[in-house]
Design a binder for this molecule. Structure first.
Ligand code: ASP
Length: 351
């Protein structure tokens, strides 16, 4: 099964337990739990760089290698933090800053354009231990919106700041401010022109573009103390109406983390993810119905979201280190790193 970090070992241990008397069993069980959390055997991180019509052969080998290298670099950074005993929050923000700074992804540098030609960035972060969360929507001058979301969580009494107020809070907090022109990339500008042409019916490629490409970035991590965290950052969707806010900065839709269940980051057509309350729904199925992460994630993405007509996927890690990455598009940039530091990166459905 794709990406199991911690469950094989637990299954083996369970098998041996049946032969033991009750006290020894209790001791072993408690000991095992202690060991799992305190010795920090199970830790890891999973991330995505967006989902959509990503077909094999639709990009050059060179571009594909650049995607794989950047995702690997972000995972390695997260792993180094976790291995040293750093927090899942630090691993998530460390990895996402790398992806935000890369023009390959639709977050930070490389964000898509709104219908008026501006870049409006959304991000959120959540900590599973405290259920604290922070988010920003529609920021225009903040180099790394994920760092601003974290500041909202840690240095304000609020959860979600938007627009000018969020940009102003970033300045007050001493975050790096950039000219809006920093976010310009030629590729995203051309994407906007294509989207505009499609709207007016002057694009011969229109029938081929039924499924839009997304490119949001997100990560979910479990640290050695057993704490989960998740974060998501995006420019939204190409040609979105200015002022539109997607699922990425909405806690429960695009991002969720709870130490009792899992940490999740979503990517896809935000309007559907908001209405399906995707991230919290997965956590709730685990908490209230006892589903495994894999079962809950597949149910929400492959059954519920798909039936509604929504496209995209999620990456998630649970409190035991199991990961899940279901998506209903042709591809999703995704990868994970296990406790031994083994990094796996995938792009296509069959990769
Ligand atoms: N979910 C993002 C949004 O709707 C887009 C994406 O994930 O690519 O804003």
């Amino acid at each position: 099964m794709e990406g199991i970090i911690g469950s094989e070992k637990m299954i083996k241990n369970r098998g041996r337990l049946f032969a033991l008397p009750l006290t020894a069993l209790l001791f072993l069980f408690c000991g095992f739990r202690e060991q799992t959390l305190q010795a920090g055997e199970n830790f890891g991180m999973v991330l995505h760089g967006g989902a959509g019509a990503i077909r094999k052969g639709s990009m050059t080998g060179e571009l594909e290698s650049r995607y794989r290298a950047k995702l690997t670099q972000a995972l390695q950074n997260g792993y180094d933090i976790l291995k040293k005993g750093g927090s899942s929050l630090d691993a998530v923000t460390g990895a996402l800053v790398i992806l935000e700074d890369s023009p390959l992804f639709n977050a930070g540098k490389g964000a898509v354009f709104t219908n008026t030609g501006s870049n409006e960035l959304d991000a959120s972060i959540m900590e599973g231990r405290t259920l604290q969360a922070g988010a920003v929507a529609g920021v225009k001058t903040v180099k790394n919106p994920i760092l601003l979301a974290r500041k909202v969580m840690e240095s304000s009494p609020h959860v979600l700041l938007s627009g000018d107020g969020a940009d102003s809070f970033a300045r007050d907090q001493g975050l790096e401010i950039v000219d809006p022109g920093y976010f310009y990339t030629e590729k995203r500008w051309k994407d906007l022109q294509k989207a505009r042409a499609r709207e007016t019916g002057n694009d011969s490629e229109a029938p081929l573009e039924k499924e839009k490409k997304h490119g949001t970035v997100g990560a979910a991590a479990l640290d050695r103390k057993g704490n989960l965290a998740a974060g998501t950052s995006t420019g939204g969707m190409t040609n979105k109406r200015f002022g539109r806010i997607g699922d990425s900065p909405l806690i429960g839709a695009g991002t969720y983390a709870d130490n009792d269940t899992c940490a999740i980051s979503a990517t896809g057509h935000g309007e559907y993810f908001i209405r399906a309350v995707v991230a919290h729904d997965i956590s709730a199925l685990m908490q209230y119905k006892g589903l495994s992460l894999q079962e809950a994630a597949r149910k929400v993405i492959l059954d519920k979201l798909t039936a509604m007509g929504g496209t995209g996927g999620i990456v998630a890690i649970d409190k035991d280190g199991n990961v899940a990455m279901p998506f209903n598009t042709e591809g999703m940039y995704r990868g994970w790193v296990d406790r031994k530091g083994k990094i796996t990166v995938k792009i296509y459905r069959k990769d």
